[in-house]
Structures are given as C-alpha cells and as structure tokens.
Design a protein around this ligand. Structure first.
Ligand code: URA
Length: 208
C-alpha cells in the first residue's frame, strides 16, 4: 500500500502543535490554519511540471520557467475543507476552486453527498482535494469517487491530520491517489475523532 507523504517541515510541525492546543482561540486557529495551508500547498506542488517561455527582463531576454498546463483545481470537502482554501489560494492565486458537500451519517459514519460543483474542462486539470482531517476516511473516499467521475488529469489528497484507520480505508479504495498530511496520529476514538488530534476542525475554525 502507498505510504502517505508526511510534511515534516519544522514550521508546519510547530504550527500544528499550536493548533492542537485546546487553549488556542478560534481567531488564532484560523490564522494558523491559513499559514499552515500555504506551507502544505508549497510542499504538495513541488512536482508541478514547468515549461520555458521567452521573457524580457529590464536587462536582457531570457528563457524562464512557468507552470505548465491549465490551472490547478483545489476541491474542498465541505465544510472543514473550506478552512484550507485561503492559505492555499494565497500561494496559488490563479487556482480554480471546487466544492464537494458530504455529511457523515452519525450512526453509520458513512458519507452522503449534498453538493458538488467544479469548473469545466476537468479532463485537463490537476485536482488538489482538501480536508483537514482524514479520520474514518469515508468522506475522503466518497469525495475522490465523485471527483473521479469528472475525469481530472490527476488527484492528490491533502489533509492536516490522518488516522491510520482512515489511511488504510483510503488506500484500499484509491491506491492511485497520493495522500499528503502534516501528521499521522495514533487512532480514532469510538466517535470517529482522531486521537490525540485537534478536536472538531470545523468547530474550531468557525467557533461553532
Ligand atoms: N473530523 C474532525 O473535525 N475531527 C476529527 O478528529 C475527526 C473528524
């Protein structure tokens, strides 16, 4: 089974620790989330292909690298995925944005879709699917299934925290989709929350 890429940059790890702390306020949490999302996006986009184009600097012409291909689509798994958008768009300002709306059935923990909107021409686009928490993996698996229906060029999955159970479930269904995360935690509790985790990511970022 493919191993997730753990983004172990010291700035990411430090910010993640601050986010985990129960005494971090909603406003601090949001600021940290924006900053960490930017750093994660920086690492996840390391392998984007470049092409060379002729430009003119104030002093001389040169062949300079630019990103190849159509704009990336960042697809947020609502609602918590939306919290990662600002930071990612800070560093990828021209990216397009899609949304997948899924809710977890509280009894079965299975994902149910209520919204789906992505840009046109998905066949030519690379998708970065984002959700802060890969817990049971049900939402992520369902979201990837839905995104695969529009046939994007590639899909990567980015989260902040992953549980071993979620990684196993995800890899079982989508071994072709690489996972990027800032940390892999110990396990899930009986309610499907990641331990030690950071609590409910949506509640912490929106103050609900
Ligand atoms: N969703 C969250 O927000 N937190 C968890 O720990 C698991 C799922």
């Amino acid at each position: 089974m493919p191993e997730p890429t753990v983004i172990d940059h010291p700035l990411v790890q430090h910010k993640l620790t601050l986010m985990r702390r129960s005494d971090t306020s909603t406003s601090e949490f949001r600021t940290l989330l924006r900053e960490i999302a930017l750093l994660l996006a920086y690492e996840v986009t390391r392998d984007l292909p470049l092409v060379y184009e002729e430009i003119q600097t104030p002093l001389a012409p040169m062949r300079a690298p630019v990103l190849e291909g159509k704009k990336i689509v960042v697809v947020s798994i609502m609602r918590a995925g939306n919290g990662l958008l600002d930071g990612i768009l800070d560093i990828l300002p021209a990216a397009r944005v899609g949304h997948v709306g899924l809710y977890r059935d509280p009894k079965t923990l299975v994902a149910v879709e209520y919204y789906f909107k992505v840009p046109p021409n998905m066949r030519d686009r690379d998708v970065l699917l984002v959700d802060p928490m890969l817990a049971t993996g049900h939402s992520a698996v369902a979201a990837v299934e839905r995104v695969k229906q529009v046939n994007p060029k590639s899909i990567k999955f980015l989260c902040l925290l992953a549980a071993p159970e979620g990684i196993a479930h995800f890899n079982e269904h989508h071994p072709d989709v690489p996972i990027f995360t800032a940390a892999i935690d110990e396990r899930l509790n009986e309610k499907g929350y990641i331990l030690p985790g950071l609590g409910d990511a949506g509640d912490r970022m929106f103050g609900t």
